[in-house]
Design a binder for this molecule. Structure first.
Ligand SMILES: [Zn+2]
Length: 318
């Protein structure tokens, strides 16, 4: 293969003209200048770049300030939201804890109420047992069938009845059911003739001068003056054993109360019951009048105990 001679010519360009020679001669200077220029340029560039950076840095505060504040605000908002979230969680936790505590407390209170109720019921039972036993004891321990013993018993029962009534006005009354106890008291009091049949004084029992026949005699009852028609109440519960008329008693009613007690109501204007009727204490049985040996409207009220006259003052107390 033939060597190409053009290769060196191509690799080293030799200046042919003067100007070309000058260029060639000054080539190094030109390169140096170019280098210098380049360096200067780069320096300038660096300077310019540096300036540019400085300018950027200097120009930054204005736009960066606004966005910075916004960012800061956003950050703070995030922080606030986070804090709120935490607060909310804490509040929820606290509320939950409070609710749990309240529930516990309620449970404890309910337990306590249940316990107290049970205690109260036991107490009620104990009290009622004691009260009933006391009533029974009173019934049993009475010293023989005398008017005085019945009167004493009736007095105690009435006192108990009053105590129960005043107790029932207290808040504690709702804690104990005294229905049975009251019923027991009423039952025991019912047939003892303790109720005044009409209002007025219990006068006229005993020896006196007869108002019509003017002789000294024993008057086995009280005479209670009252207008005709005044309602007469049964002194105690019992059975009507007489309701009618005779010349001395006029219209009359007799009630057997049991336990030896009989009461009689004379000179009535009207009778509302008949023999065989069962009457309650306080039930209206007749009306005051002036029938029989009577000079003025009044009630002749008689009490007997196993056939013997009793001063109504000794048993009437209501
Ligand atoms: Zn009389």
């Amino acid at each position: 293969m033939r060597k190409k001679r053009s290769v060196p010519a191509e690799s080293v360009v030799r200046p042919t003209s003067t100007s070309q020679k000058a260029v060639y001669l000054h080539r190094r200077a030109i390169v140096a200048s170019a280098l210098a220029l380049l360096l200067a340029g780069s320096g300038l560039l660096g300077f310019l770049l540096g300036k540019g950076h400085e300018a950027d840095a200097a120009a930054a505060p204005a736009p960066a300030g606004v966005t910075g504040v916004a960012a800061e605000l956003a950050k703070q908002e995030d922080r606030c939201a986070a804090v709120e979230q935490i607060n909310l969680q804490q509040e929820l936790a606290a509320a939950q804890k409070e609710a749990d505590e309240l529930a516990d407390s309620l449970n404890r209170q309910q337990d306590e109420i249940a316990r107290q109720q049970e205690e109260m019921e036991n107490l009620e039972e104990t009290i009622l047992d004691a009260l009933m036993a006391n009533l029974t004891e009173k019934t049993i321990s009475r010293s023989g069938p005398t008017v005085a013993s019945y009167a004493e018993k009736a007095k105690e029962l009435l006192s108990l009845s009053r105590k129960v009534k005043s107790f029932e006005k207290t808040p504690e009354a709702s804690e104990i059911d005294l229905t049975d106890y009251k019923a027991a008291i009423s039952r025991q009091l019912a047939n003892i003739p303790t109720l005044k049949p009409i209002p007025g004084k219990l006068d006229g029992y005993g020896y006196r001068i007869h108002p019509i026949y003017h002789y000294r005699h024993f008057h086995p009852a009280v005479d209670m003056g009252a207008p005709t028609g005044t309602p007469i109440k049964a002194a105690g519960g019992g059975t009507v054993i007489g309701a009618g008329y005779n010349s001395s008693a006029g219209r009359f009613v007799k009630i057997n109360h049991g336990n030896g007690f009989i009461t009689a109501y004379f000179h009535c204007s009207k009778l509302y019951v008949q023999a065989g009727d069962r009457v309650d204490k306080g039930e209206v049985i007749a009306a005051v009048g002036n029938t029989g040996t009577s000079t003025t409207p009044h009630l002749h009220f008689e009490v007997t105990f196993y056939g013997s006259p009793v001063n109504p003052r000794n048993i009437i107390m209501e």
